[in-house]
Design a protein around this ligand. Sequence first.
Ligand code: ADP
Length: 426
Amino acid sequence: MAILLGSIADDYTGASDLANTLTKNGLRTVQTVGIPDPSLALPDVDAVVVSLKIRSVPATDAVTAATSAQRWLRRRGASHVLYKICSTFDSTDAGNIGPVTEALSHAAGGGIVLVTPAFPETGRTVYLGHLFVGGQPLNESPLKDHPLNPMHDANLVRVLARQSHGAVGLIDLTAIAAGPGAVKTRLEALRAAGVSAAVADAIFERDLETLGEIALETPVSTGASGLGLGLARALVRSGRISPSGAAPADAIRPVGGLSAIVAGSCSKATLRQLDVAERSMPVLRLDPERLLAGPDEIAAAISWAGDRIAAGPVVVAASAAPETVTRLQSLYGREASGHAIETATSIIAAELVARGVRRLVVAGGETSGAAVDRLAIPAFLIGPEIAAGVPVLRTVGNAQGDMLLALKSGNFGGEDFFAAALAMMH
Ligand code: ADP
C-alpha cells in the first residue's frame, strides 16, 4: 500500500520523537535507520520517517542524503514529505535547514514550503516569526550557547533567509487564526511574489492543525514534531487514514524468545530504575575500568548472562554514579570513555541477541544508537508507549527475525520502567 506521509529527520532522536508523535496522532508509522534498502518490505503503514544524521554535517552532504531519502519515499507513494528539524531550529548560516528545504522542494517540482519549528507541548512557539523556547526568545535561551549551532537570532525569517537562495516570507498568527482558507490565500500571495519558503507562526496545537491541512496540499514542508502532529491530525480528519486504533496493538504481537536489558545511561532516573530492577531480576554491574582495559569484562558479562537468561530476564549495566563517571572520564577522556563503553554495551546486546534474546530494552540514547547500529536493524514499527516518549518498537526487515525493543534515553520512565517495558513485550 502507498504511504501517505513521508518524513526525513535530520537526527535519530528527533526521528524517534516524530515517529512516536505520528503514531499517537493516529498514523501507523515506521521509522527507518538511515536510507532504507530499495527492497525493504514495509508492513501496511501510513507514514515512514527516514532517520538521518545530517543536522551538523556539511550542507552538500545533507542535501545529497536528504534528496536520496526523498526519492525512496516518493517511490513508496508519499505525496507529502516533511523535513523534520529540531524544534530549536538548530542550524548555522551555512545550513542545513535552508539548503535541504530548497533541494527537497526543487526535486519535488518547486513551489512554496511552509516552515515552522513550533511544538507547543515542549514550549516551542513561534510568534511574528520569532521562536520562543519556553518563556525566552531563542537568542536568550540556553541555545545561544549550543556547542555546534549557537543561535543568536530569534527571527526565523532572517535566520532562514541567511541560509537560503530564495526569498523567505511570514505567515502570521492573524492569518492562521482565521483558518485554512486564509493561510492558503496568504501562501498563494507569497508564492506569487516569488517567496520560496514561508515561516509560519504557531502557538497552540490548533494552529499546527490548520498549517498541517494546508501543508498537505504542497509537496514539502519543514518543521518539528509539532508540524508532524498537525499533518497527522489533518490526514486523519481528511478520512484518508483507515481507523488505526489497532496500529500500536499490532506492533506488539508476541515474538517469543528470551528477554534482556542493557543499560549505559548514567542518568539519575536510570540509576534508580536499576536499583528497583535488582529486587526482581539478576543485575550485573559491569566494571567500567575493566571494560576499557580489554575484552575480558565483555566475555565475562556474556557468560554471566548466558548462565541465567533461560530462567528469565537479566540486566547488564555499565551505568555508574556521577563520581565514578567523572573519574573514568578524567582518566580516559569524556568522548573516548563514552565511546568505548557504548561499543562494549552494543557488543553485549548483539551477543545476547545471538543467544536468543528477542525482547530487548536498552537504556541510554547513545547506548541505544550504538546497539541498533551493531544489530543492523533496518527499521521499526512504532507501538504503544511504555512511558511518555518511549514506545515499544517492532523490528521491520530484521535479519534475526522479529524483535521487540524499548530504547529509553536519559531521564525517561518511572522507577519500575524495566518491569513495565517487559510486561508489554511478549
Ligand atoms: P543518556 O540517554 O542517559 O544520556 P547515553 O547512552 O546517551 O545515555 O549516554 C551515556 C554515556 O555514558 C554513553 O556514552 C555511555 O557509554 C557512557 N557510560 C556508561 N557507563 C559509564 C561509566 N560507568 N562511566 C563513564 N561513562 C559511561
